[in-house]
Design a protein around this ligand. Structure first.
Ligand code: ADP
Ligand code: GN1
Ligand code: MG
Length: 376
């Protein structure tokens, strides 16, 4: 999405930001929001940067509730970080309100924009080359979950109801196949069959949750590698971003979604499936990081289901890409006509490989868990 200098300048003018607006540039590779980096000059001739982001209101239909969640969670994290002697300006996002005190600005066209602090001297990763980085991301998401353990979850709005209810996602998928509004179903019978054969999997976690065998926690729900900012110097994951889906959920959703994206040898949209491999080494690295940070707060049942959750979250994401493809690419941002189909195929390739390597994933998980005194 291209934005003109005039329109950005106008949006920026509604926010109470010190200094003079100089320039903007798109940043990041998210599939949902539009993110710009703003550069301001301050009175001392220095520069200050901010994040200006357009909330995707097709996906997040209640921006007021969404922003209340974000301010609640970031305020809570800030207080803990400050108490622990850490810098909240680097450890979490801060919302900059508009001149009227609102948490976002709505343009005449109905677009909703918000401003965050820009966390300097950090980088994001779109893929993993060094397992150590993935271990660091496991620590960061594990720590994030632990910090939010005492967050009053009943004050959180459900920004996307049934977000990781895979059984409900399966029903959406089946309806999209039946409706076949774009006439695309015939050509993707093999992908449709891949999902249909795994319907039973889609119920497993929601059934355990309903039966009270897995605890509901405050979770991030979108634990992609590129939703962590790593410190340039220490290489540690210091700030978790993209907080729109922080909601009550399962720890397994967060663990599984991280593995889905980061433990692959190829990009989420790699068209050459020969390059797409599930890496047990990366799985192990993340599990070490995640369990070292959050392991002592997890139940043995949660740990037991970690390997399965990786497969399930990958299946769910692939199914969502396929659903969107069948519905005419109305949800995820796409760069070319078959983009969602290409993405769905990488996810299913990973699912098939995880199924083959499930015993090894279980053994690796049990060995790491044993070291923190958990027997699974
Ligand atoms: P989306 O919902 O579209 O995924 P994100 O909130 O994840 O959008 O932002 C997209 C990218 O912008 C991130 O992956 C990261 O690279 C960068 N980014 C987001 N927030 C910040 C921030 N506060 N400081 C520095 N970079 C950021
Ligand atoms: C979206 O916003 P982003 O790019 O971090 C999506 C996730 C998917 C992911 C697939 C709100 O995440 O659920 O797993 O794409 N976010 C939303 O890459 O739907
Ligand atoms: Mg993101």
């Amino acid at each position: 999405m291209q934005f003109s200098e005039t329109s950005v300048r106008d949006i920026v003018s509604h926010f109470a930001l010190p200094g003079t607006f100089k320039s903007f540039a798109p940043i990041g590779c998210g599939h949902i929001n539009d993110t710009l980096c703003l550069t301001f000059s301050d009175d001392d001739g220095g520069e200050k940067r901010y994040i200006l982001q357009r909330i995707n209101t097709h996906v997040f239909t209640k921006p007021d509730q969404l922003m209340k969640n974000v301010v609640g969670v970031t305020g809570f994290l800030s207080r803990i970080l400050r108490k622990n002697g850490s810098d909240p300006d680097r450890g979490t996002l801060t919302v900059f309100p508009t001149k009227d005190g609102a948490l976002y600005h709505r343009t005449d066209a109905g677009d909703c924009w918000r401003v965050y602090n820009f966390v300097e001297d950090t980088y994001t990763l779109e893929s993993i080359r060094d397992p150590q980085d993935f271990r660091a991301s496991g620590e960061a998401f594990g720590q994030f979950q632990k910090l939010l353990a005492d967050y009053p979850s009943d004050t959180l709005f459900e920004t996307i109801p049934h977000f990781h209810d895979t059984a409900s996602r399966f029903n959406d998928f089946r309806r999209a196949v039946e409706a076949d509004t774009q006439g695309r179903a015939q050509a993707v019978q093999s992908e449709i069959g891949f999902v249909m054969r795994r319907e039973a999997d889609t119920h497993v976690l929601v059934d355990l949750l309903r039966a009270g065998e897995l605890p509901l926690r405050v979770t991030h729900n979108d634990t992609k590698l590129n939703n962590i900012l790593f410190d340039n110097k220490t290489k540690r994951g210091i700030c978790v971003v993209d907080l729109d889906t922080v909601m009550p959920g399962l720890a397994l959703y967060d663990f599984g979604d991280s593995i889905r994206f980061g433990a692959s040898t190829a990009a989420e949209d790699e068209p050459d499936l020969d390059k797409v491999h599930f890496s047990l080494e990366l799985y192990e690295a993340y599990t070490r990081g995640y369990l070292s940070a959050a392991g002592d707060s997890l139940t043995e049942k949660e740990i037991e289901y970690l390997p399965f959750s990786a497969k399930l979250m990958t299946l769910e994401c692939g199914m969502r890409f396929l659903t969107d493809y069948l519905q005419g690419d109305v949800y995820f941002r796409t760069a070319y006509p078959d983009h969602n189909l290409v993405r769905c195929r990488t996810q299913f390739a990973l699912v098939a490989q995880m199924e083959k390597q499930m015993p090894q994933m279980q053994a690796v998980t049990a060995a790491i868990a044993a070291r923190i005194g958990k027997d699974v």
